[in-house]
Design a protein around this ligand. Structure first.
Ligand code: ZN
Length: 445
């Protein structure tokens, strides 16, 4: 007889069984980098309706080539199922606050440096394979990054939020334009924006000496997860650029104004932060879609924790597409950015910051020009359009509410060949990783 008491007993038993099986599944998933225990997309090449997908290291410099050349279409997203632990155990970030009388108005140049993921294990990145040159060109090693950060701090730089540098103002006629903000910064400090491109933990980096995803540790903080060269699992806050910046600011709270960290500029074709939140143009089976949804749920706490600790996000297009090519047009760009919005934007929230893949502006180097593609991207709400250059250039457009700017790029290329341009930040001679960088690519000092 199924009376009330029995029913209650049954329900409780069911709940216990369900919880146990869920626990078992998640333990299994947490056990090891079983990349691809649920796989998406079937590893097919081609059929990419949005066209070019170029996993960096792709030349972010205007005119830079697609040197990664691995032709990966970025849609065979598998991905480890590790991490995404709902830390929650209250790590609270308390930014340093200056007394008002120690702050001064600042209207000068705000310097802007950008990085990529950093090389945790140079012996894997610089192993002579086809990707080596790209990693050498576009990445820094941990030791280089730490020296750069020490130098920036010693020289009085302080991190500011890129969203605070310019604001949109609407005049009496209802016309909106961007204006430069007067920053209030500590006396003697120099404001600096840092952005980090392609923090998606691409498949093509796996096994090449990079961390593989962000996770939340038991302490509630952001950690990076991956494998060392021997294949052992690693949880680290030193070997990945995101927790490394957290750690640096913790050590030097006066390196951050109002708690600002850096902007994470994201593509969408392999998801974000190592979580495969991306759709597939071939469609997903129900199983694959369920996996995608679980990845979305797993990355949400990471995004929340990043936001709470001073990080903010920007769009780097869904497919890392070249906007300086006529290949896409407004229709192609619209399709790419709609996909970015659903695969990434809906997870990270609204952003006004746009980072051109390969540094390629749709209107080329004529920043006075406002072409159809530019107008379209601006109409989506983006206001600051960052490219790559030899100085922290910026120009407020007069005909439309937008700012065009350039960033400098500390990496192998500039460490080797642009020491003078970067002396205000660091001396490449002191920073350069002589132990690991291949000699064959030369240097100018
Ligand atoms: Zn990029």
């Amino acid at each position: 007889m199924l009376n009330r008491k029995n029913l209650r007993f049954l329900t409780i038993t069911l709940i216990i069984l369900l919880t146990l099986s869920l626990l078992l599944t998640s333990c299994k998933k947490y056990g090891r980098g079983t990349n691809g225990d649920v796989s998406q997309g079937g590893g097919g090449k081609g059929g990419q309706q949005q066209g070019e997908v170029t996993p960096p290291p792709g030349g972010e410099t205007p005119g830079g080539g697609d040197e990664d050349g691995d032709g990966q279409d970025g849609e065979d997203g598998t991905g480890g199922s590790v991490g995404g632990k709902d830390g929650g155990s209250g790590y609270v970030y308390e930014p340093y606050v200056w007394p008002e009388d120690q702050l001064v108005d600042y209207n000068g140049i705000v310097e802007h440096l950008f990085f990529h993921q950093m090389i945790a294990y140079p012996e894997l990145a610089f192993d002579g394979d086809v990707q080596e040159k790209g990693f050498d060109d576009w990445m820094v090693t941990v030791s280089e990054f730490n020296k750069i950060m020490d130098s920036l701090y010693e020289k009085g730089y302080i991190l500011v939020d890129m969203n605070d540098v310019w604001v949109e103002q609407t005049d009496a006629n209802g016309v909106a334009r961007m204006v430069k903000n007067t920053l209030r910064i500590p006396q003697g400090k120099k404001p600096l924006v840092i952005s980090i491109d392609d923090t998606c933990y691409y498949q093509s980096y796996m096994g090449n000496g990079f961390m593989e995803k962000l996770v939340i540790g038991d302490d509630g903080e952001i950690w990076a997860w991956g494998h060392d060269p021997q294949g052992n699992e690693v949880m680290t806050q030193e070997l990945d650029i995101i927790p490394a910046i957290d750690t640096f600011v913790k050590k030097h709270p006066d390196f951050s104004l109002n708690g600002a960290k850096a902007c994470l500029s994201l593509t969408g074709y392999e998801g974000i932060f190592g979580y495969r939140t991306n759709t597939d143009s071939h469609g997903l089976t129900p199983e694959q879609e369920a996996f995608r949804q679980s990845e979305i749920e797993a990355v949400k706490p990471i995004v929340e924790q990043l936001k709470k600790t001073g990080w903010y996000f920007g769009c780097h297009t869904w497919g890392h597409i070249r906007l300086d090519s006529s290949r896409y047009g407004v229709t192609g760009v619209a399709a790419d950015l709609a996909r970015w919005q659903s695969d990434v934007g809906d997870i990270v929230g609204p952003t006004k910051l746009f980072f051109y893949p390969h540094g390629g502006r749709p209107d080329g180097d004529d920043w006075h020009k406002t072409g159809e593609v530019f107008k379209y991207i601006q109409s989506l709400g983006f206001r600051v359009f960052a490219s790559v250059g030899t100085e922290s250039f910026s120009y407020i457009k007069k005909d439309i509410s937008a700012v065009i700017c350039d960033r400098l790029h500390p990496d192998g290329t500039t460490l080797r060949h642009a020491r003078d341009q970067y002396l205000q930040f660091f001396d490449a001679k002191d920073v350069f990783d002589y132990q690991w960088r291949p000699e064959k690519y030369g240097m100018d000092f």
